[in-house]
Design a protein around this ligand. Sequence first.
Ligand SMILES: [Zn+2]
Length: 342
Amino acid sequence: MCSKCTILDVDAPETLQSAIAFFSDPQRAFDAAVEFRWPGGNVTCPRCEQAKFSFIKTRRIWFCYVCKKQFTVKVGTVMEDSPLGLDKWMSAIWMLANCKNGISSYELAKNLGIRQNSAWFMLHRIREAMKDDSRFKFGGEAGGPVESDETFVGADPRKMHARRREARYKALSARPKTPVFGVLDRELRQVRARVVPNVKRETLQNEILNQVHRGSKVYTDCAVGYDHLRKEFVHEVVNHAKEYVNGQVHTQGLDNFWSLLKRTLRGTYVAVEPFHLDHYIDEQVFRYNNRATKDNKLTDADRFALVMSQVAGKRLTYSELTGKDTDSVCHPEAGTGQEEPF
Ligand SMILES: [Zn+2]
C-alpha cells in the first residue's frame, strides 16, 4: 500500500463496492478529498497560497482573508465548477483508475445516475488528472533499454461494410488512421505514448530525442523512420519481416501496450475522435504504468489515491475540450464524442 492510502482510515475501501459506500457519506468524502489535496490538513488558498482563512463548517467552504474570496476543496482542481458531488467524483475516479478496459460515459452515467454528457465531461477531466507530466528521459545509466514503436489507430476500411466505407469516406474525405508513437523503458517498466502528425523520419527522431537519453540502447523495428538513430543511440533493430524477437532485441513490451490500448478503444470507447485520442492514451498509460507487478504490488486503492493526489493544479474546461461554449453542456447532444468510430 502506498503512503497516500494511509490518508483514509482503517475502514478504507478496497473494492469498488466499498468505495461507493464509503464516499456516499458527504463528510467522509470531504475529509478524504481535503487530506488528499492538503496532506496533514495544511490547507492553503488555491488562489494566493496563503493560509489566512476561516472555515464555514456547515457549507464546507473556506473564506480567504487575503483575496477576500471563498474556496471549496474543488477549486483549482479538475473538479472545479462541477455541480456533481464528491461522492460521484470519487466513485468515477475509482472506476476509471481501475477498470482495465476503461468505462464508457454511458456505463458511468447509468451507474451514478447522472446524464451521459455530464459523465463524458467528467471522464475527460479525470483523464486530465491521470496524465503523466514527468519530463525525465528514459534510458541512460539508470534505465533502459528502451523500446520505440509506432502504431495506427482507427477502423480498418477493408473490414467495413461497403456502404459504411463509402459513407465514411464521403464524410471524412478519406481520412487515414491516426499515428501514435510510443517508448517503453524496460527497466522502469514505464511507457509514454502520444498522437504524432505522421511517421516521417524527422518526427520519430525528434520524439525519441525528446524522450530518451542520448547514448541509451534503443530497440525498434526496421521502419525507415528509425534510420540514422545510430548517430545518437545504441540502436538495434528487429526485422519484423523475418522475426519478432531477436534475443533481447524486440518491441514486444510496446506491442503488448498497443493491444491493450486498442482493446479499450474497440471494446469500450468505440466512438473516439482523433482530436480526443491523446486523452484516451493518457488513461491507458496511467493504468499500464501503475499496474501491479511482482516488485510493486499496487492495489485499486493505490491507483485511486494516486489520481486523487493529482487532481489539483490541473483544469480542463468544457470549451477547451470541445471548442463549444460551456452552456452547451446542458444540451443532450453535446459532447457525446461520436463523430468518428474507431
Ligand atoms: Zn487567497
